[in-house]
Structures are given as C-alpha cells and as structure tokens.
Design a protein around this ligand. Structure first.
Ligand SMILES: Nc1ncnc2c1ncn2[C@@H]1O[C@H](COP(=O)(O)O)[C@@H](OP(=O)(O)O)[C@H]1O
Ligand SMILES: [Mg+2]
Ligand SMILES: [Mg+2]
Ligand SMILES: [Mg+2]
Length: 335
C-alpha cells in the first residue's frame, strides 16, 4: 500500500471539515430555489454544489492540480443565477473569503468533473452523500477518497450530525494504511487541518455472535430493500431493530462500532452503484478492522471508472461473521 503524505492527509481533512461546517450551517436554512431535481430525478441543493467547490478549491490550493471525480457537474448550474448566488455565499463562508463570483463557482465545481481513468490516480468526492437526508434535516456525509490504480488508498468521511456517545454531534473519520482515526468535527483549538486536534483510533465492534449484532441500512426504501433486510436479520437471529440512517454515516457507524453490519440490498436489477457513494466509507471500515463486499461476497471493484460495474449492493460487517451474513443474504435474495 502506498503511504499517504501528511500534507495530503491534512489537505483532505481540511477540505472535508470546511465543507462539513458550511453545509451544516446551510441545513435547515434552505429556501425555495435552493434545490433542484437533476435529470435522473434525484435532488441536489446549493449545499451539494458548495461542498464540491470548497473541497476542490482546498485540494487545489494545497496539493496543486489534482484530478477529482465528483458527483456534481457545473452544467446543472448554468443559467441558474438564483442557485449560483446561494452557492457563492456558502463557498465564501466555507473558505473564509468575501468575494466569490458565479464564474468562480462554475470553475470550482468544474474542478470536480475529471474522468476516472482505469489505472489513474484521482480523488473521488460525494460532496453531500444522502442529499435526501440532508433536506429532511437528518444525516448526511461528505465523502472524499483517493483511488490509485483501481484501489482505494485513503478515505475521509465528514459526518456533521452523527450523534456521539457523549451527547455531542459530528465526527470526522479518516482511514489510512495506518488504521482508522476519528476527530471531532469542531476542533477545540480552532484549526481545521488534521494536526490541530488529537485523533482517537476507532475499531469495529467486538460482537462475536449474531444475536448481539445490530444492522444498519438506508432510510430510503428506494435505495435499499428493507423487506429483504428484515428477512435476513430474522434468519440470522438478530433481534435489535434496524438502525436506519442516511448516507455513508452507515459505514461510519460500522467503523466505530455503533452497528455491526451494513446491508445495502439492490432494489432494481439495473441500478449500478457509484464510486463516490462507497470509496471513502468502505476504506474507513476496512481500516477499522471490518470487511466489505458486495451481496455476492465479491470485493468492491474500483477499477471500472465511475461505476461499481462488477458489483451489486453492499455488505459490510465487523468481520467476525461476514460469511454467515453473506450466506443469509444469498439465501434470501436467491443468489
Ligand atoms: N436505486 C438506488 N439504489 C441504491 N442507491 C441509490 C439509488 N438511487 C440513488 N442511490 C444513491 O443513494 C445515495 C444515498 O444513499 P443512502 O440512501 O444510503 O443515504 C445517493 O447519494 P446522494 O445522496 O449523494 O445522491 C444515490 O447516489
Ligand atoms: Mg446525488
Ligand atoms: Mg451519494
Ligand atoms: Mg451526493
């Protein structure tokens, strides 16, 4: 595994932290005209575009001309002055400057429109993962990962609303070759890079028997089959209620032991998962000691460009009963 330089880690953490803080401010303040339905019928908001711009600009400032494969495209902003205005003010807040123009916004969002070459090195970014959760006032994540030659080598997950055991909210999780570490989202020292605060190593939970396990899944029944997941849980003897939570916060939950299993079961035969929906999360879980595959037990294959073409669905676990979970998934889905 390639080792990631401290400057790279610091830049990625700063980028995600800035986007997390700006989007957290925007959540609950969205007004009409701040949201748009994309051509695939999915929602996007000023905050999604702003987060992409903030992350891309921060990476460019600190690391130079890096390739970023982001979810959003500046094409959706063209000829939408109301949307552009909203994005510009959020970006200004996120990066701490006063003058951000519509042209700056288009350029910054466009920095995230790189291709995903098979053998290349690039970042992949989901500026707001769980947009439906974000709009509902619930959970969402900013997910940034580095891919080299078709493999994820580094990941950062910003989870601005994730409830912590001590009653606070918000966490930033980093997976690197050295393990998984969690930082508070709001750094007590007021800095925004990684060096500014003490990280705490995290591990998947230690549940060794399935009766003690809790599984998490999407809030959206259109994104993950909740009927089959309940049947799988029953088959496995899991008694706890499903933990339904939007976004890659599910991977965060498994990585730090809030849940032992994440099930993402296909709802449609023709849906192909996107790399930015999984790269950072799956890497953080693996760095925390967990195991991530698709529903058939194959590793997630990031060597096909923007799509996880070779995979269907996702199963992530603390690693102790991955095979048993896969057997139950196979039996219920009739694989
Ligand atoms: N039919 C489908 N099956 C699985 N995932 C889907 C889907 N339609 C949309 N998604 C993805 O589900 C993501 C949200 O995941 P979750 O439901 O776990 O919160 C969306 O990310 P965005 O919100 O970034 O667009 C989107 O990419
Ligand atoms: Mg989206
Ligand atoms: Mg997403
Ligand atoms: Mg998104």
């Amino acid at each position: 595994m390639s080792s990631i330089s401290p400057a790279t880690v610091d830049a990625a953490v700063r980028a995600v932290r800035r986007a997390a803080i700006a989007t957290r401010w925007a959540q609950g303040r969205l007004v009409s005209g701040n949201t748009l339905t994309k051509s695939d019928d999915s929602p996007v908001t000023v905050a999604d575009f702003a987060a992409q711009a903030i992350v891309c600009n921060t990476l460019a400032e600190e690391l130079g001309d890096v390739a970023v494969v982001g979810e959003e495209t500046p094409d959706d902003l063209v000829d939408r002055p109301d949307l552009l205005d909203g994005v510009a003010s959020l970006v200004a807040m996120g990066v701490g400057t006063s003058n951000v123009t519509a042209t700056d916004v288009i350029e910054a969002v466009g920095r995230g429109a790189s291709d995903a070459p098979r053998d290349g090195t690039y970042w992949t970014l989901d500026p707001i993962d769980g947009t439906k959760g974000f709009v509902r006032g619930d959970q969402y994540a900013i997910a940034l990962a580095l891919i080299e030659g078709g493999r994820v080598v580094f990941g950062v997950l910003g989870c601005p609303n994730l409830p912590n055991p001590d009653g606070t909210r918000g966490a930033l999780l980093v997976g690197s070759g050295e393990g998984a570490v969690m930082y508070p989202l709001d750094d007590a020292a007021g800095g925004d890079g990684v060096s500014a605060s003490e990280g705490r190593p995290i591990r998947v939970d230690a549940a060794a028997v399935l009766s003690e396990a809790r599984f998490c899944e999407s809030v959206e029944s259109g994104h993950s089959d909740q009927t089959h997941s309940v049947a799988i849980a029953q088959r496995l003897g899991i008694t706890a209620e499903p933990y339904r939570i939007d976004s890659q916060c599910k991977y965060a939950a498994v990585a730090r032991g809030d849940a032992s299993i994440y099930l993402r079961l296909p709802t449609r035969a023709d849906y192909v998962e996107k790399i930015w929906d999984h790269a950072a999360g799956k890497f953080v879980v693996e760095c925390a000691g967990g195991v991530v595959t698709d529903v058939a037990g194959a590793p997630l294959d990031f060597s096909h460009g923007k799509l996880l073409q070779a995979n269907r669905g996702v199963v992530a676990t603390n690693g102790r009963f991955h095979e048993q979970v896969l057997d139950a998934v196979g039996a219920v889905l009739d694989l």
